[in-house]
Design a protein around this ligand. Structure first.
Ligand code: BTN
Length: 323
C-alpha cells in the first residue's frame, strides 16, 4: 500500500483526497492516514489540507527501495533493495542474503556503516547520509579467476554513471579505485563465495563519496561535492549506476569481458604512469604499460622486463607518456 500511495501522490499535480485514496486502495481512510504518517517518519513531506487532501512536497534523500525504484527501468538490478538506516557493513548483510539464496540483482543499501571495510584490510569511512554505501549480489556463470574481473567491470560502470549524472569524469586507478583530481572518490570491494571452480555468488560493494565534507574524508579522499561545489542527489546517482551496471553485465554475458576492459583502458589513470609496489618483500618500480585481458596490470620494470601484477595495489607516480 505504501508504494501505491507514493505512486498516486507522485502522479498527482494537485491535492488527493483521503476519500479517493481509500477507494482506489480498497482500505479505510484511517489506514490511509496511518500510512501517510509512516511516510512522514521516513522523510516524505506530505502536506495535508482540510477539504483538499494530501500533496507530496518533498521526497527523502534516502537510499530506500521506493526512491531507488522510481523510474529505475532496469530488469534485474535494484528490483529488490534492502535498506538499513545503520549497519555494520552492507557486505555482511549481502553475503548473508546470498547464502539464503537471494536472487541476482538484490542490493543492500545503508545510510551509515559502523564497520565499513575496504580492500586489503582497510576501513571505509561511511558518514551518515553523505555517500553511497551499497552491496550488490551477483550470480555469474564464471570461475573464481574470471569473476575477479567483475570488479573492473564495476569500476567502469561506476565511472560511466558518475560521468552521465554529474559531467565529471573519474579515472580508474588499477584495479578499481575511482579518482577525481588524483584523489580517491570511490572504492569497490568484491567478495566471492565459490565452489571448486564455479562461483556460487559474488558480492560487489561500492563506497562513493558523494556529499562528504573535507573534514569527514580521509586525507587521500575526495567527494563529488568537494569538486563540483554542489550537493548531488544520491538516489539519482544510485539509479544511474544500477542502469549502467546492468548494461555492462548484459554485455558481459553476450560478448565477454573485452568491451568492459576496453573501456577500463580508456578511463585508466594508471596506464602510462610510473608505479611502485611490493610483492613478497621485494620492491618494484616501472612504467604501467597496459591492462592484460585477464585483468592483470602490465608493468615494464626499469630492467626492461615486463611483469604482470594480478592482485594488490600500486602507488602512482607522475604520468610519463601516453602508451
Ligand atoms: C576499497 O577501496 O578499498 C573498497 C571500498 C569498498 C567500500 C564499500 S562501502 C559499501 C560496502 N560495504 C563495505 O563494508 N564496504 C563496501
Amino acid at each position: 500500500m505504501r508504494a501505491k500511495i507514493i505512486q498516486y501522490l507522485r502522479k498527482s499535480e494537485g491535492f488527493l483526497s483521503g476519500e479517493d485514496l481509500s477507494r482506489w486502495l480498497g482500505v479505510s481512510r484511517a489506514a490511509v492516514w496511518k500510512c501517510i504518517e509512516d511516510l512522514r517518519l521516513d522523510g516524505y513531506k506530505v502536506d495535508a489540507v482540510p477539504h483538499h487532501g494530501y500533496k507530496l512536497s518533498a521526497v527523502p534523500d534516502k537510499l530506500i527501495p521506493a526512491e531507488i525504484q522510481h523510474n529505475l527501468g532496469t530488469r534485474k538490478f535494484g528490483c529488490d533493495v534492502r535498506h538499513f538506516n545503520e549497519i555494520s557493513s552492507t557486505m555482511d548483510e549481502a553475503f548473508r542474503l546470498g547464502m539464503e539464496g537471494a536472487p541476482e540483482g538484490t542490493v543492500v543499501t545503508a545510510e551509515v556503516q559502523t564497520k565499513g571495510r575496504g580492500r586489503l584490510g582497510r576501513a571505509w569511512v561511511s558518514p551518515k547520509g553523505r555517500g553511497l554505501y551499497f552491496s550488490l549480489i551477483l550470480r555469474p556463470a564464471l570461475s573464481s579467476s574470471e569473476a575477479s574481473r567483475i570488479t573492473l567491470l564495476s569500476a567502469v560502470a561506476l565511472s560511466e554513471a558518475v560521468e552521465a549524472f554529474t559531467g565529471l569524469k573519474p579515472l580508474i586507478k588499477w584495479p578499481n579505485d575511482l579518482l577525481l583530481n588524483g584523489k580517491k572518490l570511490a572504492g569497490i570491494l568484491t567478495e566471492l563465495r565459490a565452489e571448486v571452480d564455479r562461483v556460487d555468488f559474488a558480492v560487489v560493494g561500492v563506497g562513493l563519496n558523494v556529499n562528504t565534507t573535507a573534514k569527514e574524508l580521509p586525507p587521500e579522499g575526495v567527494s563529488l561535492k568537494e569538486v563540483s561545489g554542489q550537493v548531488c542527489d544520491r538516489v539519482g546517482l544510485m539509479r544511474e549506476f544500477l542502469r549502467s551496471f546492468e548494461k555492462r553485465y548484459l554485455t558481459l554475458k553476450k560478448n565477454g569481458f573485452a568491451p568492459a576492459l576496453e573501456e577500463w583502458r580508456r578511463r585508466s589513470a594508471t596506464i602510462g604512469c610510473r608505479v611502485r609496489f611490493e610483492e613478497r618483500g621485494y620492491k618494484y618500480e616501472g612504467l604501467a604499460t597496459g591492462l592484460a585481458d585477464d585483468g592483470g596490470l602490465l608493468v615494464q620494470l626499469d630492467s626492461g622486463m615486463t611483469i604482470k601484477r594480478m592482485a594488490g595495489d600500486v602507488i602512482l607516480a607522475v604520468k610519463e607518456s601516453k602508451v
